[in-house]
Design a protein around this ligand. Sequence first.
Ligand SMILES: C[S@@+](CC[C@H](N)C(=O)[O-])C[C@H]1O[C@@H](n2cnc3c(N)ncnc32)[C@H](O)[C@@H]1O
Length: 283
Amino acid sequence: MDFNSIDWDAMWREEAKFSSRKSISEKEIWDKRADSYDRRNNGSETPDKLDKEDYVSKMLDRIALEPEWTVLDIGSGPGTLTIPLARKAKNVTALDVSPAMLAKLQNKAASQGIRNIRYINSSWQDAFAKKQVGIHDVVVASRSLMTDDIKEALSNIIAVTGKAAYLTFPVIHLPFDWEVYRVIGRRGKKHPPYIYAYNLLYQMGIQANVEILCSKVTVRFANVEEALEVLQRRNDPFNDAEIAKLKEFLEMKFAGLKGSSVFTHEGKSKWALIWWRKDDQEQ
Ligand SMILES: C[S@@+](CC[C@H](N)C(=O)[O-])C[C@H]1O[C@@H](n2cnc3c(N)ncnc32)[C@H](O)[C@@H]1O
């Protein structure tokens, strides 16, 4: 069989059927998550104090930037990478479908006196279709390409990449959630494997590099109710039997706390960083 005849896009779509929640739009999901996501990923507030084992710290270490370069941050979220990148680059375009996420980023940029960020509140699908996005030296899509339309995303990214692109895909991204899934007897939500995206890039003429970034992830819950709410918000709603099992599990975890009222779980996430330099692609 010829490698190029394999339809990696179709295979990705097939897997994506099991990973995405269709009853609610990306915009609604992310608007709801903006507060908790921002609290968990506050690297942009204190980039100099970041743990070297942290995802953000690892990403910032990998993304090569010159002061005169421009950056496109697709799915910027609350600015986890946007703000530290804006400190180093000429300017950053932050593209995000969620107004709540962009509002967090805007507030942070204002409070830190950062003025070189342009904001596009749109899905990347619409922004590319309307030609709102031009060529940027560096394109970043960090933890934001859990999409059905991977081929469309990659071909648009290739078209606007001036020098280099950095994309990350989940391998294990929420270790505590996976423990919870096991407890309640659900199959964990699997995202399509990053290797399909890598293979698609290869078919599109891009010889990319892959690095698996293993990073520390800490989740903290003040009480059982908060834990239930957050875990439920990230997933398809749990049924009554699942909630009962989960409550029992969480109550046991909280009962085991010694001297602290906050339950903390330390786990490891794995993200596949796929990146390439445009110059390296020339024959
Ligand atoms: C997990 S967060 C990642 C945020 C940030 N890049 C980071 O690494 O912390 C995913 C972000 O992608 C955004 N997003 C999801 N689908 C999108 C789409 N189709 N177009 C634009 N943004 C999207 C969400 O609103 C959210 O802010």
